[in-house]
Design a protein around this ligand. Structure first.
Ligand code: IPD
Length: 277
């Protein structure tokens, strides 16, 4: 079985690279934008085209595998994680970046079996950085091993987060109050790449000590979660409990010390779960 997952991972890497070519090409010519849940929740034909490309190819090679894909769920597919081998796909993580040609756009492919991530592939396609992790085998960027930062003093830390795509004033207030609390710890700085997947790879690379967000989806963070843990990092819920990939809340950090310090300052809220009926 282990070899099967390695085959699947090799296929995911090849698909992510091919998808990245489509994204780079589309960036020059085709960024026609549509909206989903609200006026700032964006989707393009390229998101849909890349997801179809990945799913069709996987179906041919691994006909029994299941899928959770951002655009398939938007089109009405159920979003339920079972024990079956499941590909969790975000064809363009950072769609808003893509629309504005802001240079961080990723293809994210996670693979779960028995509800446990087996591999994660994040291709930051404008930087040409291929991040990979396989359970128990470490995390890599373009083949070079990744290691989280060893800095455990939150006051010496850089933190990544995002404003997300909700403009509900109550949600925005919570996001700002968390941000204010964290800035005033004080931390060295707060950054955001505009893609959850890349933010998590920045944790794995040791460029930021932690990333947190409420409002993300399982496809934004599935692959990145394994990349962070295989680089030596920790994952938890924003209330300090165990990470639940369907809960739309995450803290990914270099250490339990930094994660638990941030959790104290996060003004938590619970968006509707990804697997809500
Ligand atoms: C979004 C990005 C963004 C994060 C949002 C995500 P998408 O994903 O990861 O950084 O703030 O919460 O939904 O829509 O570009 O795939």
């Amino acid at each position: 079985m282990a070899d099967d997952w390695q085959n699947a991972m090799d296929h995911a890497v090849a698909l992510a690279r091919r998808a990245g070519e489509v994204v780079r090409e589309a960036l020059q010519h085709d960024r026609k934008v549509m909206t989903k849940s609200c006026s700032v929740d964006l989707v393009t034909q390229t998101d849909q085209k890349v997801e179809t490309l990945i799913i069709q190819s996987v179906k041919e090679k691994f006909p029994t595998h299941r899928f959770i894909g951002e655009e398939s769920v938007a089109a009405g597919e159920v979003c339920v994680l079972t024990d079956s081998p499941t590909w969790i796909i975000d064809p363009i993580d950072g769609t808003t970046n893509f629309v504005h040609a802001f240079p961080f756009v990723a293809v994210s492919i996670g693979f779960s079996v028995n509800k446990q991530m087996q591999f994660g592939v994040v291709y930051s396609c404008l930087e040409d950085k291929m991040y990979t992790a396989r359970r128990g085998n470490g995390a890599f960027c373009n083949g070079e091993p990744l290691q989280v930062s060893q800095q455990e003093d939150v006051k010496q830390s850089m933190i990544a987060t995002e404003f997300g795509s909700s403009r509900d004033p109550e949600v925005v207030d919570k996001i700002f109050s968390s941000l204010r609390n964290i800035l005033c710890i004080p931390v060295h700085g707060v950054r955001g790449a505009g893609t959850a997947a890349v933010n998590m790879c920045l944790v794995a690379s040791g460029c930021v000590e932690a990333y947190y967000e409420m409002g993300i989806h399982v496809w934004d963070v599935a692959a990145g979660s394994l990349i962070v843990s295989e680089a030596g990092g920790v994952l938890m819920d924003v209330d300090g409990g165990e990470l639940d990939l369907m809960s739309r809340r995450i803290v990914a950090a270099n250490s339990r010390t930094v994660a638990e310090r941030l959790v104290i300052e996060i003004d938590a809220f619970s968006p509707p779960r990804d697997d809500a009926p």
